[in-house]
Ligand binder design. Structure first.
Ligand SMILES: *Cc1c(COP(=O)(O)O)cnc(C)c1O
Length: 367
């Protein structure tokens, strides 16, 4: 690909000396699990996310699973999740034994439609899991009001939106307890798997610290039947190097998005990203919609431009969830998004010239 969908080349160049130095320190220090790098990262990420506590864990899916575990959500309970999301949001719920109850997104924002949540609440509902998809904050004011009225927990899936805000409050700081992912391709990415929870609740943070470590806070004393879901010390070290760059890299993502918006605005057949009132967007992905999606993607590939579909099969139609007994047509908005969405190349370090080239190739297809 002449213009890849995602490239770490530019950002890696910048951090290379610091990363190599950090690795040497880590290696020579001979302390590989639950050490100073992790406790430093937890302090700094909590500060970044403006919450009292952050706890590093193995990955984003485990972070979500731990959130449900410490809230004691499981068999017989229901959790409201968006019908349009990455499968991990649903996997966390079904793994807990609870039932995922899908609510359709707003077609314009791709995020859960707050006006449709109340109709999905039953006496079994324990929590709402808003997913800040593609980098845009969900409409948290309305969602928080509904949760308060019905005494439900909020568990944010903030894997794609580190640094996004709703009415100036950061995503990952609204819910009772929230999860994020540092999968390499996320806005803040480790060099392997990693994730974290964020919360203002001291007791829940302590519980997560125990649960991620066999259910133990004092070695060989097990308070809970826990897991091994710790964040690696070396990943915490790498994240300590990368965290200070996140603001600048987010600015770059937003600049690239503006270039796209400008370069594509007169193509009538495509729908550009829309940001809801009060929400900010950190452009984890730049997702357009068009009925010509498949032929447009072929055209981009022919012209050596990478693109991706997030996501081609809606969660309720995945083979893994056949047992939930959903069929085509059950969540028409999620299905329409799956059929029409296309993610264009966007990564920190992408140049205006590269964006212009993508726009030109798209214009040649349409105009
Ligand atoms: C990436 C992602 C996850 C899972 O994170 P992993 O670290 O890959 O386990 C969960 N939810 C969403 C929305 C994601 O994008």
């Amino acid at each position: 690909m002449k213009i890849p969908f995602l490239s770490f080349e530019e950002t890696n160049k910048i951090i290379r000396p610091e990363i190599l130095k950090k690795f040497e320190l880590f290696f020579d220090n001979s302390w590989y699990i639950l050490g100073d790098n992790l406790s430093e990262f937890e302090k700094r990420y909590a500060l970044f996310n403006q919450v009292n506590y952050s706890v590093g864990v193995s990955n984003g899916l485990d972070a979500l699973r731990l959130c449900l575990e410490v809230l004691e959500i499981g068999e017989g309970d229901e959790v409201i999740i968006p019908s349009h999301t990455f499968i991990a949001s649903a996997l966390a719920v079904t793994y807990s034994g609870a039932k995922p109850v899908f609510v359709e997104p707003r077609l314009e924002t791709f995020n859960i439609d707050p006006t449709k949540i109340e109709a999905a609440i039953t006496s079994k509902t324990k929590a709402i899991m808003p997913v800040h998809l593609y980098g845009q904050a969900c409409e948290m004011e309305q969602i928080m009001q509904i949760a308060k009225k019905h005494q439900l927990h909020i568990i944010e899936d903030n894997a794609q939106s580190q640094g996004a805000t709703y009415k100036h409050q950061l995503t990952g700081s609204f819910g009772t307890i929230n999860a994020t992912s540092f999968y390499p391709g996320k806005n803040l990415g480790a060099l392997g798997d990693a994730g974290a929870i964020t919360t203002n609740d001291a007791l829940l943070a302590e519980k997560i610290k125990a649960y991620r470590n066999y259910g133990s806070l004092i070695k060989y004393e097990n308070k809970f039947a826990g897991f091994n879901m710790r964040m690696d010390e070396c990943q915490a070290g790498f994240l300590n190097v990368k965290l200070p760059y996140l603001k600048e890299w987010t600015n770059q993502r937003q600049q690239i998005a503006r270039w796209y918006q400008d370069g594509l605005k007169d193509i009538k057949n495509i729908i550009l990203p829309f940001v809801a009132n009060g929400a900010s967007h950190v452009f984890h992905l730049f997702v357009i919609r068009t009925t010509d999606r498949n032929t447009l993607q072929e055209h981009l590939t022919t012209n050596q431009i990478g693109s991706m579909i997030h996501y081609p099969i809606p969660v309720h139609l995945q083979e893994a969830y056949q047992y939930l007994d959903y069929k085509q047509g059950d969540f028409p908005i999620a299905e329409e998004i799956a059929e029409t969405c296309l993610s264009l190349p966007l990564f920190p370090g992408m140049t205006q010239r590269q964006v212009n080239e993508v726009c030109q190739v798209m214009r040649a297809f349409y105009l």
